[in-house]
Design a protein around this ligand. Structure first.
Ligand SMILES: O=P(O)(O)OC[C@H]1O[C@H](OP(=O)(O)OP(=O)(O)O)[C@H](O)[C@@H]1O
Ligand SMILES: NC(=O)CC[C@H](N)C(=O)O
Ligand SMILES: [Mg+2]
Length: 485
């Protein structure tokens, strides 16, 4: 997952995009970029690192124009450390297109070969986003009849993109001199939401972003989620048109957004992330009760930040005291989305510190939102023991992660997953915990979708069922051999 935002306004958008990216920082910390359009001219600034350190005053001054987009990157394909792979990406023909993408394409081998041998296009990086942009550009070129472009041609190009590209993609693009295009893959795996506000003169200003909190913060009214497979085009005059561009669209959003990725104060596909996390806590509490005597637990403790809502509910449901025994250093970012295992491991210790008084002689029930590589949980158990805990029970508000996530979360290899090939007691001994309890798959699904008409979620990292169908064993093996970890 990355964070994306696009705005069509009646005034300069640079500061609004910067502010939006700050609000999306939790979705990606590797690099960031902003592009604006001033008439037919694009301006772009991108750099490694987080928003606050990446943009200088001179960059902000150069980003002129009333239409623009921005990106925070969490690398899932290509190289995290290469500035050239930071988004947005640009192509000069047709018209000039600049694009940002949240997601991960699963047919990049076919795409890179077709782009070279059929479309004669040069892709200058290993980024799937640059391939996506070149497919869009090729297809748009194919639609052009005269000099001018109309939304119909743009939508036909998106129809072709859906035919050629597989995987997950929430996309925002600027077309020079024409407007802003946004679209979502046919399963709506990654999120994208549309907002609108009116100026005092009654003119429409539009925003599309990964998460609703960005809209709320900018005083935009939420219009709706962009539908799976749908494309939206907003002209420079503020006129919005939309069309369903996929043959068989069906909403299957990523469950991991609700478990960990999204901010709790966002509403995604009509589901409040915070409330979904509370329900995960309720259901986890029921499972805990079937596995152990709650009289054996003295305190329930979260691992800050993401597990707090679930842990709160576990404590409340079990009627056990909720205590915060780990202090979080607010100056260290999210560790799971850092590139490289060495950095992730080092950062857990820098980020969390156990407070002795909360642990001495107590039986602790720890709640985390998820356990992926076990980097956090291993350190946490050690820290709890060193602080004097008697028994440590480790629980997870998500089921065991046993399969790679190929739709925008960097967990490409089964071998690095602590639950891969291990039964639950074996995971407990690997992490050094006395006891482990995980959420059931059906309970996670129910906790997220309760009260909605959503029938299916992407739960592939828990179940091994991949919704795009083309993710085969051969593909997973190739990913394991070639991708980052
Ligand atoms: O098993 P692991 O591979 O360690 O991954 C899982 C952990 O990583 C995440 O925390 P992170 O520190 O990224 O962010 P948070 O502050 O939002 O919880 C997540 O909340 C778990 O704590
Ligand atoms: N997490 C994402 O959405 C990543 C987008 C793209 N695949 C990249 O690696 O840059
Ligand atoms: Mg965490």
């Amino acid at each position: 997952m990355c964070g994306i935002v696009g705005i069509v306004s009646t005034e300069p958008v640079n500061q609004q995009i910067y502010n939006s990216l700050l609000l999306l920082q939790h979705r990606g910390q590797d690099s960031t970029g902003i592009a604006t359009a001033d008439g037919p001219i694009f301006h772009m600034a991108k750099a490694r690192g987080q928003v606050r350190e990446a943009f200088r005053t001179r960059d902000m001054r150069s980003l002129i124009g009333n239409m623009g987009l921005g990106h925070v990157r969490y690398t899932t394909k290509g190289a995290a450390e290469r500035e050239e792979e930071a988004q947005p990406f640009y192509v000069n023909a047709p018209y000039g297109i600049i694009l940002v993408h949240n997601g991960n394409l699963t047919n990049t081998r076919e795409l890179s070969s077709d782009l070279f041998s059929i479309d004669r296009r040069h892709v200058n990086s290993t980024s799937d986003t640059e391939m996506l942009l070149n497919v869009l550009a090729t297809e748009l070129q194919g639609q052009i009849k005269g000099l001018d472009l109309d939304p119909d041609q743009v939508f036909q190009a998106v129809e072709q993109v859906h035919e050629r590209v597989e995987g997950s993609y929430a996309v925002i693009a600027l077309i020079a001199g024409y407007g802003l295009l946004a679209f979502r893959d046919p399963f709506g795996i990654r999120p994208l939401i549309l907002g609108k506000r009116l100026t005092e003169a009654g003119k429409s200003e539009w925003i599309v972003a990964s998460e609703s909190l960005v809209l709320e913060n900018g005083d935009y009214e939420i219009v709706r989620d962009v539908e799976p497979g749908e494309a939206i085009f907003i002209g420079l005059d503020g006129e919005m048109t939309s069309r369903q561009c996929a043959k068989n669209p069906r909403l299957v959003p990523c469950s991991f957004e609700y478990v960990y990725l999204a901010r709790p104060d966002s509403v995604m596909n009509g589901i409040s992330v915070y409330e979904a996390r509370l329900r995960m806590g309720n259901r986890l509490a029921t499972t805990i009760e079937t596995h152990m005597d709650k009289g054996d637990i003295d305190v329930v403790m979260p691992i800050p930040d993401s597990s707090r809502p679930a842990a709160m509910q576990v404590a409340q449901k079990l009627g056990i005291e909720y205590r915060e025994g780990f202090y979080k250093n607010r100056y260290v970012g999210r560790t799971f989305i850092m590139p490289g295992q060495a950095e992730r491991k080092r950062s857990v210790r820098q980020k969390l510190n156990a407070m002795g008084t909360e642990f001495k002689g107590k039986n602790i029930l720890i709640v985390d939102d998820s356990i992926v590589r076990g980097t956090t949980s291993k350190e946490i158990v050690e820290m709890a023991r060193a602080a004097g805990a008697n028994k440590v029970t480790f629980t997870s508000a998500a089921p065991p992660v046993r399969f790679p996530h190929v739709y925008g979360i960097n967990m490409p290899s089964r071998r690095e997953l602590v639950a891969f090939g291990r039964k639950i007691p074996e995971i407990a001994s690997e992490l050094g915990a006395d006891h482990m309890i995980y959420q059931e798959v059906a309970d996670l699904q129910a906790a997220i979708t309760e009260g909605t008409s959503i029938e299916q979620l992407d739960m592939s990292c828990f179940t091994g069922d991949y919704v795009t169908g083309t993710v085969t064993e051969e593909y997973l093996e190739w990913v394991e051999k070639t991708q980052l970890s």
